[in-house]
Structure formats: C-alpha cells, structure tokens
Ligand binder design. Structure first.
Ligand SMILES: [Zn+2]
Length: 291
C-alpha cells in the first residue's frame, strides 16, 4: 500500500507549497518554495553544479549571512530565479520554522480536502450544451438520470442488446412491429406517441409528437415565458421515465397500462413535484388531468 501511495508523489507535488521561515527544513532543490516550482525540475539536473549548491541543501544553506549565495546567472530560468530572489529576504535563524501547505488552485487550505483536490485532478471537458436541459435546479434525480442515459443513447434497447449478442429480437416489445431504438420506444412508437399526444397540448406545444430525439431537444430549448420552462423540462423527464417504465413492465411482467392511465400518473407526479416545492407557482395547475 505504501508503495502505491509513493507512486502518487508526482501527482501530489503540485499541491504542496512551502513558506520559508528559517529555511532549515525546506529543500532548496526539491520543495516548491518559489513560483518556479521545484528548482531541480526548473533548472535541470546540472543545476546543483551550476549554482554550486548541493542537491540536498536546505534553503538556509543557499545563503551567506544576509544575502543569497548564488553565482552569476547563465540561463533564462536562472535570471528569473535571481529576479525573484531579489524580492525575497534570505531566511534568518530567528524566524519561525518553514511551513508546508496543501494548496488547490493557488488557494492555501488549512487541511487536506479530497473533493477540491479531485476537482483539480479529474479530466475535464467543457459542459455539454444539453446539460442544462437534463440537470437543473428542481429536477427529479431518477427522471434526470433516465433522460441522461437516453441522451447518451445508452439505454438497453433491443437494437443495442442485439449488437452485443444478448438477444436475437430487435422488435419493439410494446408495438411488436417497430425496431426498438431509443427514438422509437421513447418518441415514435404508437404507444409512446399517444402518451405524448396527451402531454404536449397541456404544455401549449404546437407539436403533437416528435420524430426524433433532436426534435425533442430543440422543442425543450425553445424559449417560453417565465417558469413554464421548468415545468416543460419536468414534464418531459417524467414522461420519458414512465414510457421507459412501461416498456420494462411489458417486457418483464407482460403488463401494459393504457396511455391515458400513464398520463394520469405523470400528471399526478408532476403536481406532487410542484406542490412539494416552496414558492410554488400557479403554472403547475395548468397541467391538471382532463382526460
Ligand atoms: Zn413500438
């Protein structure tokens, strides 16, 4: 285990900064006590020879009385180091001990923080332009997660299972004759379309159905007045969630609830979501079942 931890030293190096006090503990070459980082990396392996400071010297050992004991600079990085050291007073024995800090993004932390460190270490990509349609304040996590998987087209629909060799059937388990893709089961299947036909008019949508996922996303993105936008996203996610649930229901239990009943479930759920929120708005009442 210790060997594994030691392997992480190069990763931890950039987070550890040293504030020089008396200069006795800080390593001149290895600790990060100047803005140049580790000087052995900055000036190279022959740095100790060129600066006439042995590799294991402390910062204090690079000073003579009250000045930095360095030869004339002969490289650009050495000039930068000299320039920096002219702004720093050499350490004196009466100062406090050198201190080491865990820093994240240039900010000194009083103690180690795993979340902040992970945020700095993890690979980052720019936010996806659809992320706000799925993850937003007030979303229902299980609905948002379902839509996220759908957005990535990672749902275990039969066309994908067939590609993996898990099943021979690629037909839709609900209507039996369509090919089950994400867009079919969630949007264009006769069963799903009927549910959308109940849902969309109540969201003042000119659409009565969607032909594909891009059309659905573009409809959600279309600007609408006030908080109606949140209602639209919540209803969409709830609808997608319940369609997918019914698809699994027929596949595993051989039971399929009629579309109007599914709509009532969606409607009740959406009302509960809004009624459970503080500062609820009147717009939630627009979406009352009138089937
Ligand atoms: Zn179908």
């Amino acid at each position: 285990m210790w060997k594994s931890l030691l392997k992480l030293r190069p990763l931890a190096e950039r987070f550890i900064k040293c504030e020089v006090g008396n200069g006795l503990k800080a390593s001149f070459w290895n600790d990060c006590w100047t803005p140049l980082g580790s000087l052995i990396k900055c000036l190279g392996d022959d740095g100790p020879r060129r600066l006439r400071i042995p590799l294991h010297s402390s910062v204090a050992e690079a000073c003579s009385k009250d000045f930095w004991n360095l030869p004339h600079p002969r490289s650009e990085n050495e000039v930068i180091l000299h320039a920096h050291l002219t702004t720093v007073a050499p350490p004196v024995p009466t100062s406090s001990a050198d201190e080491f800090f865990w820093t994240v993004d240039g900010i000194k932390l009083s103690k180690f923080s795993a979340p902040k460190t992970w945020q700095q270490c993890r690979p980052r990509e720019p936010p996806k332009e659809w992320s706000k349609l799925i993850w937003f304040s007030g979303c229902v996590p299980k609905h948002a997660f379902n839509m996220w998987i759908a957005q990535l087209d990672r749902m275990p629909v039969r066309t994908r299972l067939e590609r993996w060799g898990v099943t021979d059937a690629s037909n839709c388990p609900v209507c039996l004759f369509g090919i089950e893709t994400r867009d079919h089961i969630l949007l264009t299947c006769g069963y799903s379309s009927e549910i959308w036909r109940y849902v969309l008019p109540r969201l003042e949508s000119p659409n009565v159905c969607f032909m594909n996922w891009t059309e659905l996303l573009s409809w959600i993105k279309t600007p609408v007045r006030g908080n109606f936008c949140t209602l639209k996203k919540i209803v969409t996610q709830s609808t997608l969630y319940h369609i997918w649930r019914q698809r699994n229901n027929i596949l595993h239990n051989q039971v399929l609830i009629p579309p109007d009943t599914v709509f009532r479930i969606i409607d009740r759920e959406v009302r509960n979501i809004f009624l459970g929120r503080r500062g609820r708005r009147q717009h939630s009442l627009v979406f009352l079942a009138k089937v």
